[in-house]
Design a protein around this ligand. Sequence first.
Ligand SMILES: CC(C)=CC(=O)SCCNC(=O)CCNC(=O)[C@H](O)C(C)(C)COP(=O)(O)OP(=O)(O)OC[C@H]1O[C@@H](n2cnc3c(N)ncnc32)[C@H](O)[C@@H]1OP(=O)(O)O
Length: 257
Amino acid sequence: MSYETLLVEMHGRVGLITLNRPQALNALNATVMRELDAALKTFDADRNIGAIVIAGSEKAFAAGADIKEMQSLDFVDSYLGDFLGGWEHVADARKPMVAAVSGYALGGGCELAMMCDFIIASETAKFGQPEITLGVIPGMGGSQRLTRAVGKAKAMDLILTGRMMDAAEAERAGLVARVVAPERLVEEALAAAEKIASFSLPAVMMAKEAVNRSLEVTLAEGLRFERRLFQSLFATEDQKEGMAAFVGKRKAEFKHR
Ligand SMILES: CC(C)=CC(=O)SCCNC(=O)CCNC(=O)[C@H](O)C(C)(C)COP(=O)(O)OP(=O)(O)OC[C@H]1O[C@@H](n2cnc3c(N)ncnc32)[C@H](O)[C@@H]1OP(=O)(O)O
């Protein structure tokens, strides 16, 4: 499949998707999001892929939803067409997604990064939800995911003032998992994704599901859910292989079954 707004590659067991609208700092529009959804669905369905990296350019991961395309929208079209509704599908991917963020991750760009399972940022990254400066509010999950990631005080600060935070502040706040030098960003994100993809795919997918469930249910419910998933992994060949390899002092050869 060919894409107009993305570069899509496979690096061993890792799918790399690079946003590619440099003229608009990777601003997100219906085409980008439709293509992103298609690329993610393809990787998610491919047994040979164990993890996915989403990257942008050095200057911008994504500078938000496309303001020029959005500006003439009215309420009825927005509501009847459920504007942004379908964009949430990015978060439906069942395989781990790593966001590799360099430069601007603003508005929808920050929200897209937060739909991934964790963010590796370059020292140049700048995160923000500047929608308030445009007379609107976040619409792709910013008020919900940012608040869960950094807490109410900082989320309110960023969303109400529209200010940007740099990579160091984002790491301190818990939005970003690691900060690396700009020239090492994609390499580091691919290495993290390759590490994940080297483990048993059912175990990796269940680990993602268990962590995400913790954001939605009570502690008791979450603990029960985790325990059931844990117990179910004893039905896999990979559990036998992983534990036999440890006992035999050798490297595990996971078959992802
Ligand atoms: C998802 C929801 C609900 C909402 C949103 O995401 S709203 C958008 C939130 N994002 C923003 O408000 C950021 C807008 N962009 C900027 O403030 C600046 O572009 C910048 C600070 C990111 C970078 O400034 P810089 O001076 O370095 O670059 P520009 O000349 O401003 O931009 C280059 C080129 O890209 C176009 N551009 C940038 N961002 C967007 C965008 N979000 N939508 C559409 N186009 C964008 C910019 O207009 C310029 O193109 P032209 O030279 O053709 O005008």
